[in-house]
Write a protein that binds this ligand. Structure first.
Ligand code: KIV
Ligand code: ZN
Length: 517
């Protein structure tokens, strides 16, 4: 990134940190690394990979991302304590370029009730934490939590002290999503007017979406001089979420006439990133969501369709291709060979090892036997489904279900491989899905609670693959499992088994403390 370009906006993605704080949106280690790779390919400048002190899992994930990503800066979050900062520094150590992001609350409300600290003590903590973080890296970001509700005089003092202590990026969060655009822009302008050393740092913003204003506030702040925006794919994040990256980036690109700022994002990767994050977290994107919703480029009314056919610009302000949305293309048929399959995987952005390609190819052949037309979306769903199944203790083998009005009760006959041993059972339930899940429980006893069961059709038509998400919860830990198949019940069983395997991995790893920022 050229530091000379004063209109270049740094995109700081916090899907793996703030995004993961959405209740239920847990991601495992491998999923975080996969998402980080996609973010890197997209041209994200800074990837906030987690909160290393929060748990061993978070620490390991940040370290793995730091060891994998080469082009983006990898950042870890730390409170204003030595323990947090040391743990964060350790986690980002393998990074080509690593950042420590340390924060403390500065609003009267947070200082009094949450921190129970006097303002002067908070100011000292800012100085101490930033100076300490600088011992490990030159790239330190400091955030004023609840910055938008902080008294201006105090915010100016904290920002000036953080910069003087060595922070290169100063982040002003609208932590509770309370600000409105003109007010938030004025806050950023106030800092530029009043903080004497402000030119020595990049000003960043981090807006939450409680009033649906996160993107508007972020863009207003950019207009006022902010040059880093913190955001997440699909707007994932605490409560109502963070500013959606795809909306920020596409607004800047589409309305360059009004907002003459650029980003380094390859926007054609947006759809892929959105789908991956949605699949991994089980958070469905609402159909009318800007940029990445299923209907974002669909024209239903006759008048609109007629206009678009005559000239797409009549109703389209950006092309579907610009966000990586291509008309479903028939990709391969059952006569396609390995070479064509490999080439297609590469085109879709997969870089799999030989064994994984072989397994995916086998499933592709099965799919092509069952489904007349195989589209890009089918390949993506199938490979995403396959990749999540490495080192599983429990493996799906086969399923037969009897249901309908003549069979009472619905019955599932299931074969699973558990720790390498084939096991079979027949179970009944209130419906075919219930019977299938009972059968899994019978073969592998566990007390996890089913929190979410969701089915989504990958393409159109009755022969479409079903993509199923299952969320399980045990002792406060949640996991999301995914499964894809042309048979919805097989996809359901695969998703449940996938969630179960993730739970088993989670059980093994100790998580001493759960924190949120
Ligand atoms: O919302 C917030 O204030 C945060 C900070 C830790 C940046 O997430
Ligand atoms: Zn936040």
């Amino acid at each position: 990134m050229s530091t000379m370009d004063s209109n270049r906006v740094i995109i700081f993605d916090t899907t793996l940190r703030d995004g993961e704080q959405s209740p239920g949106a847990s991601m495992n280690h491998d999923e975080k690394v996969r998402i980080a790779e996609v973010l890197e390919d997209m041209g994200v400048d800074v990837i906030e990979a987690g909160f290393p002190i929060a748990s061993n899992g978070d620490f390991e994930a940040v370290r793995a991302v730091a060891g994998t990503v080469r082009n983006s800066i990898v950042c870890g979050l730390a409170r204003a304590t030595k323990g947090d900062i040391e743990r964060c520094a350790e986690a980002i150590r393998p990074a080509a370029r690593g950042r420590i992001h340390t924060f403390i609350s500065t609003s009267p409300l947070h200082m009094k009730y949450k921190l129970q600290m006097e303002p002067e003590k908070v100011l000292q903590a800012v100085i101490d934490s930033v100076s300490f973080a600088r011992r490990f890296t030159d790239d330190v970001e400091w955030s004023a939590e609840d910055g938008s509700r902080t008294e201006h005089d105090f915010l100016c003092r904290c920002v000036e002290a953080a910069i003087a202590s060595g922070a290169r990026t100063i982040n002003i969060p609208d932590t509770v999503g309370y600000a409105v655009p003109d007010e938030f822009a004025a806050l950023i302008r106030m800092l530029f007017d009043r903080v004497p050393n402000i030119d020595e740092a990049i000003i960043s913003v981090h807006c939450h979406n409680d009033l649906g204003l996160a993107v508007a506030n972020s863009l207003a702040a950019v207009g006022a001089g902010a040059r880093q925006v913190e955001c997440t794919v699909n707007g994932l994040g605490e409560r109502a979420g963070n500013a959606a990256m795809e909306e920020i980036v596409m607004a800047l690109r589409t309305r360059h006439d009004r907002m003459p700022y650029t980003t380094g994002i390859h926007t054609e990767n947006i759809t892929r990133a959105s789908k991956l994050v949605s699949t991994v977290t089980g958070f469905v994107v609402q159909p009318n969501k800007a940029i990445v919703g299923a209907n974002a480029f669909a024209h239903e009314s006759g008048i609109h369709q007629d206009g678009v056919l005559k000239n797409a610009q009549t109703y389209e302000i950006m092309t579907p291709e610009s966000v990586g949305l291509h008309r479903s293309t028939l990709v391969l048929g059952k006569h396609s060979g390995r070479a064509a399959f490999r080439a297609k995987l590469k085109e879709l952005g997969y870089d799999l090892g030989d064994n994984a390609i072989e397994e995916a190819f086998r499933r592709f052949k099965d799919l092509a036997d069952k489904k007349k037309d195989v589209f890009d979306e089918d390949i993506v769903a199938m490979v995403d489904d396959e990749v999540v199944r490495t080192n599983d203790r429990v493996r799906f083998v086969s399923l037969a279900v009897m249901c309908g009005t003549r069979h009472r009760p619905p019955t599932a006959e299931l074969d699973l491989e558990v720790d390498g041993v084939l096991k079979s059972v027949t179970a009944t339930g209130d419906g075919p899905v219930d019977a299938t899940f009972h059968a899994i429980r019978d073969l592998f006893h566990h007390d996890a609670r089913l929190q979410l069961y969701q089915v989504h059709a990958v393409t159109e038509g009755t022969d479409a693959q079903a993509e199923v998400t299952v969320r399980l919860e045990e002792d406060g830990k949640t996991v999301n499992g995914q499964g894809a198949d042309t048979d919805t019940l097989v996809a359901s069983a695969r998703a449940y088994v996938n969630a179960l395997n993730k739970l088993l991995v989670k059980r093994e790893k100790s998580a001493p403390e759960a924190l949120s920022a």
